[in-house]
Each structure stands twice: as structure tokens, then as C-alpha cells.
Design a binder for this molecule. Structure first.
Ligand code: CO
Ligand code: CO
Length: 309
């Protein structure tokens, strides 16, 4: 049902009229020093593509690269515990995995989920007039950079870590109740990169209001200090072609650094028809999931993003 062609979050294979298989994998190098938190974040991130499809995760397999001689097996055990605990919180199980010796540690999971084919959510169903709802604040890449440079204020890294380790489960449940037209999760390509993929896949234009996008405390300051991850520039390159900035001065110099900031375990960008806006926000609120309406879907040109203050 879903393969390589539309920048999809997960591969989807129809087993029967009632059941489709959802498969995805993600792994990366540590984003934080604490091995348990790293495990939790890596698992929340890997599960996220299943949630973006409106699916339910069932099983997960660990993917591990690890320097056992220099870091010691105790550290790996704690990383895997963090991952397993997060997968359990998702109502799924870690059922195996594979590890290889590597000088740089890497961890992630391959996740298998299920969805009813008629309830599958993809990034290609957005229609003109729909609204864009984002569930987690952006700026995790900037805060991880600020932390490395020892420029993050007390509490700022903590807020980013808490956001990264949070599952997108509640967001996915809420979007199903609200019959979302489309969704994607915000990860390495940043908000604008994933928004552009969605716009191209749905053959629509998008309008995003920077002033309405929730941003983690400290992220704008990090951008102003030039603590910008390398991936931001690649993301900016990717979106630039279809980007129209309305009132550059008001949008602000740091806006694009934040909007193209590569996210780790970011939130869901959910597309709903206007008559379902209140249902979605109420369902998110009921699940203590913060969200903001950040823009709307335009008839075209396909793939274009209008950025307004
Ligand atoms: Co994704
Ligand atoms: Co992914």
C-alpha cells in the first residue's frame, strides 16, 4: 500500500481487507550522555513512524552497534533497558535484535505494527482548506548543540529530553478519533522538510505561520549564537526551492534555522479538515498532549510553502 515513492514514514503491506502490516526502522548515535535516556529516546523515535501512520506497534527488534571493550557491557544493558521500557509503554514488545562491534555506539529499532487498511494515515491525503496541527515544540537539534557547547541554561536541555522521550501514541489516538486526512512525524528533515514532503505527496501548497509554531525554550537563542546543526543547511537547501517567505523582517532572522532544525523524536504534523479542528484539539487535550494550529493547506502550487509571520 505504501512504499518508497512518497517520502512515507513507514512501509505498509496489505495482508487482508481488515489488516495491513506497518514496518519501519530507525537508529542513530547517542544524542544524550545518559544511556537510559538515550535508549528511551531512540525507541520513542523508532516507534514514531508507526504512530504517524495511525497504526499500533506490536513488536520491535533492537539494532545495536557498540564498542563493548571501551564502553563496557553495563552501559549497553542500560541503553537496551531504556529502549525496552519505552516499547513496553507503547504496548509492544522487544522480541530480539542484532548487535555488531563498532567504534561508535548506535542504537535503534525495527518496529512492526498493524493498522486497518481503511484507517491508514499517510502524508498524501491533505486537501485545500485543511488545518495543520503540530504536537511537539521544535528545536531539539539546536538545544543538543547548545548543550554540547555548554550554552544551554538549566532546564532547557531537560525540556528537550522530556519532549524527545515522549511517545506520539496519544497524538496518534487523537488523530484517529478526528479522522485526520494526513500526517507525518517531524524528524531529521525538520518541520519545513517534512512539511514539504507532505505538500509534494499531497500535491498541495501549505501556509505556515512562524509565530504559531511552538519552539522549545532556548532554541532561538542557540540559533542566534550560531549553534546550528549541520543538517539544518541541507534541510534548508531542500525546502528553499518551494519556499516563499512573506514579510522577511517580521518572520525574523532565526526563523529558518529553527524551522529547518533536524528533530530527534519530534511530534506529529496532523492535517485535519476545519470541521474536525475542535475534535482533534479536545482529544489531544484529554490526553495531556500539547498542540498548536500552525497553518493551513492551500490549493497549490504543489510542494510550495508560504511562510508568514
Ligand atoms: Co517519519
Ligand atoms: Co523514520
Amino acid at each position: 500500500m505504501v512504499g518508497f515513492e512518497s517520502f512515507a514514514d513507514a512501509a505498509v503491506y496489505r495482508l487482508s481487507d481488515e489488516l495491513a502490516l506497518v514496518q519501519t526502522l530507525d537508529f542513530f548515535t547517542p544524542v544524550v550522555d545518559d544511556p537510559y535516556l538515550f535508549g528511551q529516546i531512540a525507541a520513542a523515535n523508532a516507534l514514531s513512524d508507526v504512530y504517524a501512520a495511525g497504526a499500533r506497534p506490536l513488536t520491535a527488534l533492537n539494532i545495536v552497534c557498540f564498542p563493548s571493550r571501551t564502553l563496557g557491557m553495563e552501559v549497553l544493558k542500560v541503553i537496551l533497558q531504556g529502549g525496552a521500557d519505552k516499547v513496553l509503554e507503547a504496548g509492544a514488545l522487544v522480541v530480539g535484535g542484532h548487535s555488531v562491534e563498532d567504534s561508535e555506539p548506535k542504537y535503534g529499532l525495527a518496529v512492526t505494527g498493524i493498522v486497518r487498511p481503511d484507517l491508514l494515515v499517510t502524508n498524501s491525503g491533505a486537501r485545500p482548506g485543511d488545518l495543520l496541527v503540530l504536537t511537539k515544540p521544535i528545536g531539539t537539534g539546536l538545544l543538543l548543540m547548545a548543550n554540547k557547547a555548554e550554552m544551554a541554561a538549566a532546564g532547557e536541555l531537560e525540556a528537550a529530553v522530556n519532549s524527545m522521550k515522549e511517545l506520539n501514541r496519544c497524538a496518534a489516538e487523537a488523530m484517529l478519533v478526528a479522522s485526520a486526512h494526513a500526517a507525518t512525524d517531524i524528524t531529521g528533515f525538520g518541520l519545513l522538510g517534512h512539511a514539504r514532503e507532505l505538500a509534494l505527496a499531497s500535491k498541495v501548497g501549505l501556509e505556515i505561520s512562524f509565530g504559531k509554531v511552538p519552539v522549545l525554550p532556548g532554541a532561538l537563542r542557540a540559533a542566534a549564537m550560531g549553534l546550528v546543526p549541520a543538517g539544518t543547511y541541507a534541510n534548508l537547501d531542500y525546502v528553499q526551492q518551494g519556499l516563499v517567505v512573506i514579510n522577511e523582517k517580521v518572520v525574523g532572522e532565526q526563523a529558518l534555522d529553527v524551522l529547518c532544525d533536524p528533530q530527534t523524536s519530534g511530534g506529529l504534523l496532523i492535517v485535519v479538515p476545519p470541521e474536525k479542528e475542535q475534535t482533534l484539539l479536545a482529544e489531544l487535550g484529554r490526553r495531556q498532549t500539547t498542540a498548536a494550529v500552525i497553518g493551513r493547506v492551500l490549493p497549490g502550487p504543489a510542494g510550495q510553502i508560504r511562510l508568514v509571520p
